[in-house]
Design a protein. Sequence first.
Length: 422
Amino acid sequence: MRQGTVILIGSLETGGAQRVAIWLLEEHLRAGLDCRLIAVDCTMDMVSAGSPEAVGRHIHCLGGLQVTAPTLAKWLSAPLAWLRLQILLLRLRPVRLISFMERANILSLLTVVPVRRVLSVRSHPDLIAGKAAGKRIGIALAYRFLLRRAHRLVFNSAEAAQAFRRRYPVGEGITRIIANPLNDAALFGGGASPPARQEDGAATIVAVGRLKPEKGHWQLLRAFADVRRRLPDLNPTLVILGDGPLRRPLQELAEALGIGPSLRLPGFTPTPAQWLQQADIFVLPSIWEGFPNALLEAMAMGCAVVAADCRSGPREILAPDTDPEVKTATVETTRFGMLTPPLTLEALPAAAPLTAGERGLAEAMARLLRDDDLRRRLRNGAAERATRYDRAAIFAAWQELDGGPTASLPDGPRSLRSQPGR
């Protein structure tokens, strides 16, 4: 008898989609349901980062390549990975195959073993344009001609779902929107300890994310330097939790801006709660997001939050009754946080004038640091909003994909809750 669920993902490197895939596996096992997770590559960073041993026994790997392998090597290994996937599915005989991200989604669409295919698209489709030509063409062709084989398409933001429906021929009624869950376990535990809170009244601004261009930390530093000039009496400090290729360039930019002593780069910590507890403000300066897990975690900790109104997710979390595709041109204050104009990817030098997005980011941070009452109200609103991303409710939405009620982002735009595909 066929039963159970298989989750398929390209790799288990550190990332938001990987975190959700492992969480989904853990929830199935916790509920006593048969579930396996299959990774195409053998990179297992997320498993070694604290998953229980029992979870590891339910994880399979299709190949020997690391996620950092050249694209050509991955293309050449794809037929063997496909064959191994068919063999594994024949042995496991699952009812559902849930795939995460483009490479796994394409493998799922090409599967010949009878199974209900649930494709999880984890980012805005316009971002595919930034991939290498071969990947971009392959993804576009696969989605254009194979989507009819999908039983469900799951998005973690209404904005991404809306854009995807315009771009690709999506079958009637298969689109569902399920937000990422609030992962309490990701907030608490070990990790680097923050320094003792300063006694000189200095304010602390915290950001979390890989030190990569799309996370907007370069633009954040330029905006933060402006905040320092506006509020010298508050002597604010900026802490960015994360690591990546921009560490040294960010340090050099901070020196050029004259804020070197006010910037702290402690590196990656899997459990940022201790840092967030000390934050006066949390800032998300991303140029784009799939779904901003770090923003949600900061809100759960009761941080007053500022987020660039990027694609996709921040607006749906902070201004749920608005159109997710309409971005603000000014600083917008909601019950749950502040949205600022989108930032551009261009990394301008220290001496260049601030862009509109950088000016908005600086204005929002300065306003929050000056206004204790506003900061208090946004802290309360953020904590209230975060409760709507309860793990049990999100897992129930995944379970209801096979004929149950339409799953949707909590309090998402009502026009998108059960809107069918084109």
